[in-house]
Ligand binder design. Structure first.
Ligand SMILES: NC(=O)c1ccc[n+]([C@@H]2O[C@H](COP(=O)([O-])OP(=O)(O)OC[C@H]3O[C@@H](n4cnc5c(N)ncnc54)[C@H](OP(=O)(O)O)[C@@H]3O)[C@@H](O)[C@H]2O)c1
Length: 255
């Protein structure tokens, strides 16, 4: 069986760089038409050009959207449907982590921002795409990018860790409630991946060495390391998987 998404339309939030861009590239390679969404159009245009250069014939449509804002999410999904005719796959990937420090010291503004994007944003996108799929009586796949920090203590990143744990719960409940109607929900929990998002950790020799020491493949992750798993979960090759979390961390949390 080949792992592909031929004929499907996918939305990848946070598709302007990092893991989201790598996932959008893999989905395009797998035959999907892909909407990439993030706040800033220049980054999206750059990402579109890079994906189209890497995947000849790729159909990529960029849409500026702040996923924490309900009207922006509604408009983004409506534009995706208008542009490509339908949406079959949602990859919830856009997230934020504005506060690094002990949970005891977090300010409510940073707390609210983290939950607004990482939890409310994921749910807004999932609900809007699921409604579209239910209206069409079409099957679909939701892939939520969470983190290994949603499954264990996350010192100095506790609020972020809580939002990622919430995403796992969201994935399981969406799977239970929508699975009987043909919409599967699964999650990916990456370890430490070299992106702008993780720069503070990757660039901190003590933290990156600590992760490397426990990472049994003996390297930090690249965005492309996450993309194959997303393609698999979006494709019919995973049609008997629902409500699961696939850990992609080079073995870090297995030791
Ligand atoms: N890197 C890691 O080590 C790691 C580990 C575990 C999990 N993850 C997860 O992987 C996902 C992707 O992270 P990454 O490392 O690839 O980060 P990244 O390279 O910094 O990319 C983040 C993406 O999200 C977009 N974004 C941020 N806030 C947004 C908002 N409010 N609305 C819409 N788009 C927004 C950004 O574009 P704009 O600036 O244009 O909005 C960008 O496209 C996140 O869910 C993260 O939690 C990352």
């Amino acid at each position: 069986m080949s792992i592909d998404v031929q004929g499907k339309v996918a939305i990848v939030t946070g598709g302007s760089r990092g893991i989201g861009q790598a996932i959008a590239t893999a989905l395009a390679q797998g035959g999907a038409k892909v909407v990439i969404a993030s706040r800033k159009m220049p980054g999206l245009e750059e990402s579109k050009a890079e994906i189209e250069a890497a995947v000849p014939g790729a159909e990529i449509h960029p849409i500026a959207c702040h996923t924490g804002a309900d009207d922006a999410v509604q408009a983004m999904v409506a534009e995706a449907v208008e542009h490509f005719g339908q949406v079959d796959v949602l990859v919830n990937n856009a997230a934020t982590n504005p506060y690094f420090g002990p949970m005891m010291n977090v300010e409510w503004g940073a707390w609210q921002k983290t939950f607004e994007v990482n939890v409310e944003g994921y749910f807004r996108c999932a609900r809007t795409v699921a409604k579209h799929l239910l209206d069409r009586k079409a099957p679909g796949a939701i892939v939520n990018v969470t983190s290994v920090l949603g499954q264990m203590a996350a010192p100095l990143q506790g609020v972020y860790g809580m939002t990622k744990a919430a995403v796992i719960s969201m994935t399981q409940t969406l799977a239970a409630e929508l699975g009987p109607r043909g919409i599967r929900s699964n999650a990916i929990a990456p370890g430490l991946v070299k992106t702008k998002f993780a720069q503070a950790l990757v660039g901190n020799p003590e933290i990156s060495q600590m992760v490397l020491d426990r990472t049994t493949v003996k390297r930090l992750g690249e965005p492309e390391d996450i993309a194959g798993t997303a393609l698999f979960l979006a494709s019919d090759a995973s049609s008997y998987m629902n409500g699961q979390v696939l850990v992609v961390d080079g073995g870090w949390t297995s030791t």
